[in-house]
Design a binder for this molecule. Structure first.
Ligand code: ADP
Length: 168
């Protein structure tokens, strides 16, 4: 698996699937979530609503992932994953690792060869960026599946630098 780092906007990536740092409601939000729905258009929210009405009546739990269309974005699919909110009293690293693992499993099921990830939980959910980067890189390196390219798309130079350190 080829792992690359890009500083930029995840909604502009020409990959098979872009990962959204969603929240459990699947009904949209700020940060990556807001950008994905703005760029992809209303089709994404319609599919999210359908998932809520059928397979996920209680929302999507942290650490899990589901796919929808990418609407108007260059990608074909959006894989929505819900990161854990950072906690100083409880180690939630396993949940964050699960976001990457489950997203890649979903990508595998779609036969997606290239997947772009944002820094899940490193925004509003407050995860310290060096730790978020280490967990992201390790989880992807340890995953066994047929995805051939993982692209981490980092919005800001400091998060990009954290991922570059984690990748060595
Ligand atoms: P979470 O709620 O999981 O913390 P956020 O969306 O708040 O997710 O932030 C996750 C990371 O994604 C942050 O580093 C944020 O700066 C970054 N980010 C925000 N918008 C974009 C975008 N359009 N493309 C890539 N990364 C983005």
């Amino acid at each position: 698996m080829d792992i690359t780092l890009v500083q930029g906007d995840i909604t502009e990536q020409r990959v098979d699937a872009v990962v959204n740092a969603a929240n459990s409601s699947l009904m949209g939000g700020g940060g990556v979530d807001g950008a994905v729905h703005r760029a992809g258009g209303p089709e994404i929210l319609e599919e999210c609503r359908r998932l809520r009405d059928t397979s996920h009546p209680h929302g999507l739990p942290a650490g899990d992932a589901v796919a929808t269309t990418a609407g108007r974005m260059p990608a074909t699919w959006v894989i929505h994953t819900v990161g854990p909110v950072y906690s100083t009293s409880e180690d939630r690293s396993c949940i964050l690792a699960s976001c990457y693992r489950r997203s890649l499993e979903v990508a595998d099921g779609l036969n997606a060869a290239s997947v772009a990830f944002p820094a899940v939980s490193a925004g509003v959910y407050g995860w310290p960026m060096d730790s978020a980067a280490e967990i992201a890189v390790r989880s992807v390196q340890e995953a066994s599946n047929t995805v051939s390219e993982v692209r981490f798309v980092l919005f800001s130079p400091d998060v990009y630098a954290a991922f570059a350190r984690a990748l060595g």
